[in-house]
Structure formats: C-alpha cells, structure tokens
Design a protein around this ligand. Sequence first.
Ligand code: M6R
Length: 607
Amino acid sequence: MCGIVGYIGGKKAIDFLLDGLTKLEYRGYDSAGVAVNCGENIFVEKAVGRLDSLKEKLKNNLPVGTIGIGHTRWATHGRPSDLNAHPHSDCHKNFFVVHNGIIENYLQLKEQLIAKGHKFISETDTEVVAHLLEENYHGDFVLAVRDVLAKIEGSYSLLFMSKFDPDTLIAAKQDNPLIIGIGKDGENFIASDIPAIIPFTRQTYILNDGDIAIVKKDSISFVNRQGLPIDKKIFHVKWNAQAAEKGGYEHFMLKEINEQPKAVRDTISPHLNGKVTFNELNWNADFLNDINKIYIVACGTAYHAGLVGKFYIEKLVRKLVEVDLASEFRYRNPIVDNKTLVIVVSQSGETSDTLAALKESKRLGAKTLAVTNVVGSSIAREAEFVIHTAAGPEIAVASTKAYTTQLISMFMLALYMAQILKSVPAEEIERLIKLLKKIPAQISETLSDVEPIKTFAQMYGFNDDVFYIGRSLDYCVALEGALKLKEISYIHAEAYASGELKHGTLALIVEGVPVIALATQKSVYEKTLSNIKEVKARDAIVIGIAAAGNTSLEKYLDHVIFVPETDELLIPLLAVVPLQLLAYYAAITRGCDVDKPRNLAKSVTVE
Ligand code: M6R
C-alpha cells in the first residue's frame, strides 16, 4: 500500500502534490518523493522517513513546473531508503512512475531488461515499470503504457509521466484504488483516495480494474487495455472537506472515536422505517431459505466485527455462520457453493486479502455481500450485494468508528433476515429496534466519562503485558480491545476467552499484571465472575467493564468502568468504547505516534 498523487494544470504542481501526500500519508509513511516536469528538466526529490523529511528537503527549492506526480511509500520490495522511494525512472530519466501494489513478475522482467542493457538503481519491483516504458516507447505514450501493462503481472495503481509528453499524465489501475478529480479551471488531479482531492473538487472518476486514464489539463479520457475508448460516469463525492481533517482533535483516532455516535446514527437511519429495511438487498424468504451456510470473511478489526456478526446471525436467524480471516480463507479450499452466502467486511473496501477472498467466493458460485465504508471501492464494486456503513472517512490507522458501524450494520442485517424468515417474534424485533435506536446516545454517554480511563492509562501504560478476558460477545470485544492496545501503544496485549485461562494462560497471571475483564454478558455472568476471581487470586490488577447497575461486581475488582445498560447483543457497541480510549491514552502516555503506528498502514492493499 502507498499513496499516489498527480497534478496537471496551470498552477505549481508541487502545492497539490505536498498537500495531497499529507492527506494520504496514512497509506504509508516510510519514504516519500515527487517528480515535477519543469520544461528542460524533470525535478525529482525523495526522502526516507515521514513526509516532513521531504518537505524539509524541498523547503528552499520548490519546483515551479505545472505537471507532477508524488508518492508516499509503505515498503514491500526493498527497505525504506531514498533510493527505493518513488518516483522511479528509466535509465535516461525520461519516464517517471509511481506505484501502489506489487509487480509479481518483476524479477523475470528485471533480468530481461538488464540483459538489454538497462541499469537499475533501486531494489524495488516498481523500477522495472519505468524501464519497460523506456523500452516500449516509440513516440506514442498511451500505446507504450498499454504495452507495459500487457507485460506486468500483479496488483497496481500506476501513474506515469513522460518528458516527451509534457501535456499528459497516464493512470492505470488493477486491484489498487485510483481516482481522478475533475478540476474546474484547466487542471485535473489524480489520487489514491478522496481526502487528497476534496479541497479542490468533488467531481471524480473512479477507475475500474483495466481502465487507463489519459489526463490532460483540459481533458480526461479513458481507454481499456486494448486501446478501446471507455465511457465513464462522474462520481460526485458527498463527504464534507472537514470530515477528512482533524477538526480540532489532537489525533484522527480521538476524533474518530468521538465521531461514533454520529457514525452509528448515520449508519442506522437509512435502514429504519418502522422495521429494518435494506432496499439495496431486497431479499425474500426464497432467497434466504436457499442459503445453507454463511461465511463472514475479513481482516483485523473487521474480522473482530465479523465475530460479533456471527453471534447476531446465529442467534437471530438460526443459520450456521463461520468467520474466517481473509488471509487464510482462500488457501484452505473453503467449502463454498451457490448455497453459501459470503459476507466480506472491510472499512476501506480495498484490503487485498478480503478482495481476493471475495473474488474466490464468486468463482465458487457463492452469493456475496460486502459491508464496506467506501462507496465505489473495489470490494463494493466486486460484490453482488453491498451494505455501506456511514462512518465517513476513517484516517487513523487504528480502526474505531468503522468497527462500531460494522457491528450495527450486521445487527441490522440479522434483524432484517429474521424479519423475512420470521425466526424471531415480531415483538422481540420491535424491542431490539427500540434499543438499537438508543445506541448513538448511549455511546455519547460512554464517551462523556474519559477521566478515569486516562488515569488507568497513566497508571498501567508502562506495563509490559496486559490481558483481556471475556466470554461470549465479551471475548469478541476483548480481542478488539487487545488489538487496539497492541497496534498503537506497542504493549504486548492478549485476549483470552475467560474459560480458556486455566488451560494455560493463567500461568502468566502474576502479581500486578493488569487484566481487563469484560463482564457485560448476563447469560454468562456467573462464569465470568469466577474467572475474575481466578485472576484476582493471583494478585492481578483487574479493571472490569460492566453494565451500569452491576455494583455487586465492584468488590471483586480494582476498578470498574460502567457502560449504559442495553441488550447483551448490543452492549459490544458500548463496551468497546472505553477499550478504544484506554488504548489511545496508553499510547499517549508512552509518547507513541497514535495515528501512524510503526510498521503499519491504513489500507493493506498487498498480500
Ligand atoms: O479496510 P479494512 O477494514 O479491510 O482493514 C482491515 C484491517 O487491515 C484493519 O481493520 C486493521 O486491523 C486496523 N489497523 C485495526 O485497527
């Protein structure tokens, strides 16, 4: 994964390139670079490290050209370094390219190009693309790019600039996102994601796999890989520009945690009309009765949301649900046929493994449904059915509002299926809908009591290990809480199903180890309590998360965080909030870079 930007128009390209890269830095931040066509020469600058290092290098030397490309990198082939930073070029510095993805056959191509006399300076897969362009260019830029695309295998979004064609940028997409922003005054923009372009335009084209865009300052046209023209519809972006900014918060993560009441409300409201509606699905009993198995497939936080989704569907619809990590799913020859429904969950809609699992499911004949936050994303376009979460842009690497909106979407999906199949009495559905409507306000209530969480984060933020325990849905939330803590504070955090403790993990519970015990599930409350006593007996420091009113728990714990009361199916939407905040403040206590944790990037578009 990486971020790509491009500008062609009448203004200094560098201004858009640096602004756009700042917005896309969440996609990768181990090095960055720009190339700007300045007439006689093409100006290139690259810097290892954060974008600020590149800005520092450019401070007194900003190029004036009006056509340029830029890149922020998350290394796959070749360590982070100035040389491996993009843009990459051919032997004579006539062609420049930025790339997001992996060229799988690059070693073979590199050997062939070396044999023809090409000199490589980087360790990247991308550099072969620039040399291939040099090799195939005979005066026709578009034709040369098409020839290059015919030779490369893998996933990519690519943006090309040629010294010989100073009025054209060419973009191409396969499996990784790329959008074109249509400017108003003789200028156009290219970027990997919408936040880079919304300050300038809301009119966009979203590239599909196989599309090639020929972008000039006054025109944008499209051909396919055979060179045949394509007609594309303009996509109007509805996000407001501020939504992609920090809005006064110190970090995107904190802003996004606090946006959850709105995100959840916006996700619920289009689907409640006395009952739960999904016009985009329009399923009926015949369709649902034909499904004998459901898979939920996703990665990371979205996978944890899938674990909760399993509970919802199994409890309310009484259909078997398996939850799979997308990176495992397609390699284990899953039992999928036309009676299987595969639900893929992905905030970005671009996660490579999830997209591949979706494609594999389609190939095997499954019905497919995507739950995604990004309209027009690859996953949204690939799936037969789509439910959009309305979280708005999620910029922080640590996913928060995407998780709660995924949970509420899957809860509504389960209710929708239950309504059709009449697997739950109408009064019970009515009761759950009433409770569901209260969730946004209850999240706000949970967010209003931050001080104790800050204090716990300061007290325990320097411990080496933290354990999370819970049963049933509490275990699913524990997994998400532990992931949040690990990824942004670098504390070793593990989540265990409480009942598993005595099968091994209890050996790690010693005096002073913090244990976060989730005890919100009434149906297993007594069992959870006995597990809490087990860890307390080993002198662990136990912080409980419980439903308001459960004061009897306090005497067994060192601290308790109460969340508002609701049905046990819905309480994960509340219980996760203090865990997100705990992770956030622990990371702050440790001085970590919350929005850009080490080694990670927002959108994992490589395998
Ligand atoms: O965009 P996706 O929902 O497909 O992303 C999946 C994971 O990469 C993502 O949830 C990741 O685990 C987050 N960093 C967790 O906070």
